[in-house]
Unconditional design. Sequence first.
Length: 367
Amino acid sequence: MRKLMIVLVLAGCAARGEFTMAPAGLAGGTPETIFVGTTRMKDGEVYAFGRSGEPAFLRYDIAIPPDREPGKVNWPPRTRKPDGKRDFLTLDQRDFASADEFSAALRAAMKLRGQKDAVVYVHGFNNTMAEGVYRVAQMHHDLEVPGVAVHYAWPSRGSALGYVYDRDSVLFARSGFVSLLDEVEDAGARDIIIVAHSMGAFLTMEGLRQMVLKDGPHALDHIKGVVLIAPDLDLDVFRAQAKDIGKLPDPFVIFGSSRDRVLNISATLSGTGDRLGNIDSVEKIADLNVIYLDTAAYSTGTGHLNIGENPALLKLFGELVGISDAFTADARARVGLLPGLVLTVRNATEVVLRPVGAIGDTRAARP
């Protein structure tokens, strides 16, 4: 029975979905362009869960519907026709013939927007290609993130029973991730921000570690910030990766929650007490120059993607500091603007976020 409960909870880690093309002439959504690098194997017309030794590069234009709650990805039900005002729909998909063609298109997109910043998103465990792309479009739109959106789609099996397969895929996909970062830099991106969710945090740290070990610390000069959301990453492994990397990109922000049911189960399955995303004390990473944001008070569903799914938290970051401010060099000074308790322990800063009405809560009342 316990194993069945674990499978049911993990199955809720991501809603099942697939790309749905918008019918010709259908109006409604706001377009978000997502550039994609992937090491998924193409099966017919679909990038599935198989592993490809050669990365592929694509672009998707996704329509964000106006009639929805922030934080939600509305999949078109099969029981009716797509609705541009309610459903996430694919406006266009383009496969690039080469990495050079991809970089040229990305360069043109940055020039069109008058920007030289790129945000590279890395999805987590149990995601299909469509789920990863649509979620990136939703977060980039709802958080009003500046910069061009780029997504690394590594070969997750897209199954609640595929945890071991996904963990092995992370190790397989490291070089593809580094290649994507190289292409983004070649496209002229001045500043690159990495936003990784769940098991994608493991991949991100492995990729950064590989870059430093191969080319030295200057390999990360264009990485101007890292954000790990609910990182499904063993604490000892994270500390070892950080040691190999040396100076972490600054700012280095971690969104965690003690109420993250998925990470609590992951810790049980792994036989460890802590994952980086659900540590009970910032003391455990106090020697690292990081900002740890505890979002437990804003838990939604499994609590595994609070920053992307909770409307109140989305509104907080959109209006109060915004992700754009969190990515600037003075991010550490700005944490005092957040509603909650700010604790600094040696090099690490922890913010225990609270709804505005609960700001008077003490550390002892932490969920």
